[in-house]
Design a protein around this ligand. Structure first.
Ligand SMILES: [Fe+2]
Length: 189
């Protein structure tokens, strides 16, 4: 019988192989959001397994979407890839199956979350840009970009992710880091 641990293993494999093949998302960013998601799930009493699968799946097709110039479709593409993979390994726990797909669908927020697990995935995603660790990883990755474009992209990403945060615990943790990053941007202009 296929268990959620099998889903996690397959999701992990898919997420990291896509990241290595396409360079997106950054391996470091997958590490950050998964570790954060697991920590939050434990602290908030959520289903740790659903969150772990969700954080692996949530941007798993962003590299393919970028290559096909369909970046705005990466959420749907990642959701479909997650569904295909769970179907392929015959994962038949309907509630967990739906909860995992919702984690992917809702990872940019702006919705009434299906579950706490979904909300945790969305908040964990934000650490990819507004934690100092995630921010520095992004700067390193994008180092070859035109400087003005790089600054613009990062400023937008940082604000987008700050606005997507919903959990108080995450806002408290990230506020000093968000302020520091913004102070740095202010010194540039
Ligand atoms: Fe995304």
């Amino acid at each position: 019988m296929t268990t959620i641990k099998d889903v996690i293993e397959a999701a992990n494999e898919l997420a990291y192989s896509e990241a290595l093949d396409t360079d997106l998302p950054l391996v470091k960013h997958i590490d950050i959001s998964t570790a954060t998601g697991l920590r939050l799930a434990e602290e908030l009493g959520a289903n740790v397994d659903v969150v772990e699968a969700g954080t692996y799946f949530m941007d798993c097709m962003i590299g393919q979407a970028y290559k096909q110039k369909k970046l705005d479709k990466h959420v749907e593409m990642s959701r479909d890839a997650a569904a295909d993979l769970m179907d392929k390994i015959k994962f038949d726990d309907k509630d967990a199956y739906t909860a995992i797909l919702k984690c992917v669908e809702e990872h940019h927020g702006g919705v009434d979350f299906h579950s706490l697990e979904s909300e945790i995935c969305c908040n964990a995603d934000c650490y990819r840009f507004i934690s100092i660790e995630g921010f520095i990883s992004a700067v390193r990755y994008l180092r070859d970009m035109d400087f003005e474009d790089l600054v613009k992209l990062l400023r937008n990403k940082v604000d987008e992710k700050w606005n997507a945060l919903t959990l108080d615990i995450c806002k408290e943790e990230l506020e000093p880091q968000y302020k520091l990053i913004n102070q740095m941007f202010e010194q540039l202009s």
